[in-house]
Design a binder for this molecule. Structure first.
Ligand SMILES: [Zn+2]
Length: 461
């Protein structure tokens, strides 16, 4: 049963140029995923840029959203020469090139003053419709490049998104503006890997980017716990998009179809976009890769205490936030997992008494406290299904009577479980079913062809 895996990896490398510039970061990501607090924004900003040509947020409102990673990347991209932009000046080397990186609370007037650039020029520029549209509201990380001659603006440019750049230049004593388009090209790429230690390590070795692997982990987060469930020799295959511009690779785009072979399970996920471009992944049967949540962890129980950040604690008699919902029911009543997940904690937890914590998907956890007993199958590291019994109602820890204290957290932040919007987990809508099956069949064929070529290559070696 031994597999010549190193050759497979080598074969793979001949097809793909490694792009992971900083493999060390991959380990950091693994750690991050393990504690399940990575936000989506961390690996999606480039996609956002593609989809959002307009900067519409005011500087003051987006300070918190400023992402140093994105900022750095944008800066690096911007500084590269832009062959599509024809600068209508004779001797550009005589001009001073100034790159203005927008920081929180910056505005153009301040930056012009600071760099001793003519403020009259700025007010002329700001009369242009394009300038009002794209320069009035700036956000941290935006970069504006200006060529000046003795303090006078010759031209100015600002990259608006992956395809569009605003270009303003003085021609015949008058400022004119233009939005220059540089189309992107989307290339389809295959990749695959064999897991030898962690998903991230194997992906980095295969030359796949952190971003792609984060997206892959996110798609399967409901089915696979990337800390507990991963086994040596698990494999994955992925067909994904690469975004190119002017013959250069820019970034990875979306995953189109993928297969993950985990511990004997074969999982497949197919991208589907409805007419509003809403992106969701489904298995070949049309079931969502995300899983549904039950409203409550107990059948026929009554809520004895709701979610209340200012509650007076019934036993301690002090103001103490109640960050969960209490369901009272007779001792021994079954407590159910509200969704598919993994047991990440089981044990005595101070005032909580006998407690189980489940992890669902990438960033949701649920907690069940005051149990009289645990269900045998709900062992730490084990996965549980929605509705499966994980324990029984009791009053261990600090409790006035038998109940389950139930908490729901997103990225470690407590949410009111009766108000929270749980993930969409509906199967493909009937109106899209035929379209989905057409798409998925041809993608599954494409994936299988790729897998076959990989196996042939493996045999040849
Ligand atoms: Zn409670």
């Amino acid at each position: 049963m031994s597999r010549p895996k190193s050759k497979l990896r080598k074969d793979y490398k001949t097809i793909h140029t490694p792009k992971s510039k900083n493999p060390k970061r991959a380990y950091w990501f693994l750690f991050g995923l393990g504690v399940s607090v990575i936000g989506m924004n961390f690996f999606l900003p480039e996609n956002n840029n593609v989809d959002e040509p307009k900067r519409t947020l005011e500087v003051s409102k987006v300070i918190k959203e400023s992402d140093p990673q994105t900022t750095k990347r944008i800066l690096n991209e911007e500084i590269e020469d832009d062959p599509a932009i024809v600068t209508p000046v004779k001797n550009p080397e005589n001009y001073n090139n100034i790159k203005l990186m927008i920081e929180p609370r910056d505005n153009l007037e301040y930056l012009f003053k600071k760099n001793k650039i003519d403020l009259g020029n700025l007010s002329e520029i700001m009369q242009l419709a394009d300038a009002q549209k794209y320069l009035r509201l700036l956000k941290p990380g935006d970069l504006i490049e200006i060529n000046i001659d003795q303090g006078k603006v010759i031209n100015l440019k600002k990259k608006l998104n992956l395809t569009d750049t605003l270009f303003i230049a003085k021609t015949n004593n008058k400022f004119l503006s233009e939005v220059i388009k540089r189309p992107i090209e989307i290339k389809k790429k295959f990749g695959h890997g064999i897991i030898k230690s962690s998903l991230y390590e194997s992906a980095a070795k295969s030359g796949l980017t952190d971003k792609l692997i984060m997206n892959l982990a996110d798609i399967y987060a409901w089915d696979i716990d990337f800390v507990y469930d991963i086994r040596i020799d698990d494999t994955f295959y992925v067909l994904y998009e690469e975004i190119w511009q002017d013959g250069k690779y820019i970034t990875d785009g979306e995953i189109i179809i993928s297969e993950f072979n985990n511990n004997g399970r074969k999982l497949k996920a197919i991208r589907f976009k409805d007419k509003n471009e809403n992106l969701e992944y489904f298995n070949p049967e049309g079931q969502s890769m995300q899983k549904a949540f039950l409203k409550a962890p107990v059948d026929s129980a009554r809520i004895s205490s709701g979610f209340n950040p200012n509650r007076k604690h019934p036993v301690l008699n002090t103001i103490r936030a109640h960050r969960g919902v209490d369901y009272a029911a007779p001792r021994g009543t079954r407590i159910k997992a509200v969704s598919d997940g993994t047991v990440i904690f089981r044990g005595n937890k101070g005032n909580y008494g006998k407690t189980i914590i489940l992890k669902h998907g990438r960033n949701i956890t649920t907690l069940y406290a005051h149990m009289s007993n645990y269900a045998k199958a709900a062992k730490p590291g084990r996965s549980v299904n929605q509705g499966q019994t994980i324990g029984y109602i009791g009053s261990t820890g600090l409790a006035t009577g038998p109940h389950v204290h139930y908490e729901y957290r997103v990225n470690e932040v407590h949410k009111n479980p009766s108000k929270v919007k749980t993930p969409r987990a509906q199967p493909i809508k009937d109106e899209f079913r035929n379209q989905f099956h057409g798409i998925s069949q041809s993608l599954l064929d494409e994936l299988n062809n790729y897998k076959n070529t990989q196996n042939i290559a493996l045999l040849r070696n």
